[in-house]
Design a protein. Structure first.
Length: 530
């Protein structure tokens, strides 16, 4: 094989095995166990180096039974097989899987699905997979071996039509490709990455491809190409939204894959709001060879601002030619913390009390009959005073079960099951429910929230729930696996009317979010106030 590929300039590395698992994937009687594999690696390496002394060798691609000698490689599908390898926030912050101290490392596969263009589908796909019109109701579940119908719940709202599915999935694929590729670029010790997959060889063969079988580039292709610019600007995702009146900022990095350094370069940046330049500046920088360097924060005052703010930056060489350009969008919102005199009864749990921390103009009461809102984090506190609490709800109060632990509960003689998310905690929940509590929120308001305790973006939903009679109205939704392993929509937050009042179950993690994520604060206020 080495004799065959040596003359091909596109072949830059040899590897011997893809994704080995411990104990030969529990089939040691049929496959080589790790010790036997290691002996094969050594023999194969010596054979290759005889034929091609300059060949770069990576023994394992996607090692699930590490370590081995040579370059360590892990596959990371954090943006598709949710939090596989690292969470998206951890990856953006510079985390990676455990590696020997000081070693370089590689990511041999990453990526996510983006459906083929509409024209390619109608040209190449079997007719039974597609609707008559791209604007008809449709789901990708008709496509053989697709994953979008299951996994999209973790990343974006469920589209209705084929046209909607193509746009939503391609937009997300481009977003995720940019996020992951730039995250890898900011890690100096990450010296090899491979996007899975570049071009499809068959219609609907690998929908993770960024170029389809007819060589039509999806938006992710251009995001990928830009993120591979040899010397580039990268904005590190951290806080993506700010409260009006804060000083907003975004970390700015310069990543240089070239073996030469540069002097007398400069960063020219602008901050734009509703078409107006509200801030700008120039900073002189020097760029190190084969390095990724933090070069400072771009900061701006948000007084009087609301909505999207675009931060854009150009890297200029010594002759003021543009080497690279990048931009990011931050959101600014103003939220009134006034709860308008709401009387609140809570249990004594820490999460219940912290939920109230940023708010003003409310009264905590120990008298259930005086409560407008009841917050329960420990179900035992509910069962101990169940009759009195339900009487108060029936009379018009709102009771919020907030972040109950996984388990089976009985509420109003109905079984409610709360269970962990089927593929680790998620960064996104859907507000596409038309419920009054989410009126005015944007599709991306409930994703990628900053965690004030961990100082990075962390998942916002650990558990979903379903009720026996499925009679809770949807407020926020996600999905989970049923007993047959099938993905089905489930609730992140739901509401049930009881008498004149309401019972709400909210699994959304709002603690350590309310001071730095305006959408979280706005939703918490609506959840609590009468």
């Amino acid at each position: 094989m080495e004799q065959l590929v040596r003359k091909h300039p596109c072949n830059i590395v040899d590897t011997f095995i893809n994704e080995p698992f411990p104990n030969a994937n529990n089939l040691p009687q049929r496959h080589l166990v790790r010790a036997e594999l290691e002996r094969f690696f050594k023999a194969a390496t010596e054979t290759i180096l005889v034929l091609n002394p300059d060949r770069v060798i990576k023994s394992v691609d996607g090692d699930y039974d590490p370590p081995t000698f040579g370059l360590p490689d892990n596959h990371c599908y954090t943006a598709w097989y949710n939090s596989h390898g690292e969470t998206m926030g951890e990856l953006a912050a510079g985390f990676w899987t455990p590696i020997k101290k000081g070693w370089n490392y590689a990511c041999g596969e990453y990526g996510c699905e983006g459906l083929d263009p509409i024209e390619t589908m109608y040209k190449e796909y079997p007719k039974q997979w597609l609707p008559e019109s791209p604007d008809d109701d449709w789901s990708p579940i008709n496509i053989s071996l697709e994953q979008s119908s299951n996994f999209h719940y973790q990343y974006f709202d469920t589209p209705r039509t084929l046209r909607g599915w193509v746009k939503a999935s391609q937009d997300y694929q481009a977003f995720a490709t940019k996020w992951m590729t730039e995250s890898f670029r900011r890690q100096e010790n990450m010296i090899s990455t491979v996007l899975h997959i570049f071009i499809d060889h068959f219609p609907a063969g690998w929908m993770k491809a960024v170029v389809d079988v007819d060589r039509n580039a999806k938006p992710a292709f251009f995001a990928y190409r830009d993120a591979l610019t040899p010397t580039m600007i990268s904005f590190k995702p951290s806080r993506l939204s700010f409260n009006e009146g804060e000083t907003a900022s975004v970390e700015t990095w310069v990543c240089n894959d070239l073996s030469e350094s540069f002097t007398d370069y400069s960063l020219c940046y602008e901050v734009m709001h509703e078409g107006d330049i509200i801030g700008k500046g120039i900073k002189d920088i020097n760029i190190h060879a084969c390095a990724s360097d933090y070069v400072g924060d771009i900061s701006f005052n948000t007084n009087g601002l609301e909505g999207a703010v675009t931060v854009r930056c150009a890297l200029l060489d010594e002759s003021k030619n543009v080497v690279h350009y990048n931009e990011t969008v931050l959101k600014v919102a103003k939220v009134n913390e006034n709860l308008n005199g709401t009387n609140i009864f809570t249990d004594e749990e820490k999460d219940s009390k912290e939920l109230l921390q940023p708010f003003t103009n409310f009264t905590r009461t120990n008298e259930i009959p005086n409560a407008n809102t009841i917050i329960i984090n420990n179900f035992a506190a509910f069962t101990a005073k169940q009759a009195e609490l339900l009487d108060r709800v029936k009379a018009g109060a709102k009771m919020v079960f907030y972040n109950l632990k996984p388990g089976d509960y009985t509420i109003l003689k109905e079984s409610v099951t709360i269970k962990p998310c089927g593929m680790l905690p998620v960064n996104f929940v859907s507000r596409a429910t038309n419920h009054k509590l989410i009126d005015g929120f944007d599709a991306d308001d409930f994703r990628f929230w900053f965690d004030e305790a961990k100082k990075i973006i962390t998942p916002i939903l650990d558990n979903t729930f379903i009720s026996e009679n499925k009679d809770f109205d949807e407020i926020l939704t996600s999905a989970n696996m049923n007993s047959k392993g099938e993905w089905r929509p489930e609730l992140a937050c739901g509401e049930k009317k009881y008498g004149q009042g309401f019972i709400i179950i909210c699994n959304l993690d709002l603690n350590n979010r309310l001071n730095t994520n305006p959408a979280a604060l706005k939703f918490a206020k609506r959840l609590i106030e009468v």
